[in-house]
Design a protein around this ligand. Sequence first.
Ligand code: PRP
Ligand code: ZN
Length: 302
Amino acid sequence: MNRLAPSRDRLRIAIQKSGRLGTPARELLERLGLRFQESRDCLFCHGETAPIDLLLVRDDDIPGLIADGVCDLGVVGRNVLLEQAGERSAVRLPPAFREVRALGFGACRLSLAVPEEQEWQGIEQLAGRRIATSYPALLRAWMADNAIQAEVVVLSGSVEIAPRLGQADAICDLVSSGATLAANRLKAVGDILGSEAVLAGPAAPFDDARAELADMLLRRIDGVLRIRDSKLLLFQASRESLPGLLPLLPDAEPPTICAIDGGDTLALQSLCHGAVTWQRLEELKRAGACGLMVLPVERMLA
Ligand code: PRP
Ligand code: ZN
């Protein structure tokens, strides 16, 4: 299967060349400490800070590139990954790729939509109708689950225009901000999948130097995901105010506490995973905290 066998001591990651997930994927790689040799119009970027190279491609090509061993990992929408997994299984091909991590950006939904003016009573209305989509496998699976028999019109793009062109009565497409639906006078009437950007990898584990590189990358990704909205909170408090303060930190890791000033005053530091707003700081102050300080967290390695 490996038509274009990758070098075994370097890892190749594919990301979307342009489009919704391209820029946040680049930002993630940067936060992982990866830098690449850039050259204009170059679709293959050599990794400078680690033996990890970058491939810039169409998102729809990423699962196939992983299946063929052309690249090792990819950042792609779960919708694309599941659709292509469904298409493979429909023709009895074995699973060739899998979701390794949800990356927490690029949230969107695969939704059913109909013309705005159409009254909507429920999904039964779709029976016998034509539904245009670029996600035939996911749509067919949803139709089977919901016992809906409809005609699936497969289009590779510009699905939103199909009802106006008389090609379909409804569509099943990706909705992010909803702007494309609105611009085409369509309304979403139900979701069939919640999606976001994921790290995709091969179904079988690596059996060479790439295994260690992939592990390192995952540890860094986990570090980045863990501190995404986290802040380090520093403050001081008297020993007796501690029982009143701790319940105000439900989203925090157990604090590190050290005694200062002979033992009656404590210095605390705690990693908070939720937003540390002014209001929260004021509550903590009322409960006896002082010298409150909120610090950004740059990196974390568990
Ligand atoms: C999706 C989808 C819609 C659009 C919806 O495209 O095909 O056209 O985004 O976004 P909106 O709700 O914010 O208007 P995608 O980013 O997957 O690009 P592609 O289909 O060209 O790969
Ligand atoms: Zn695409």
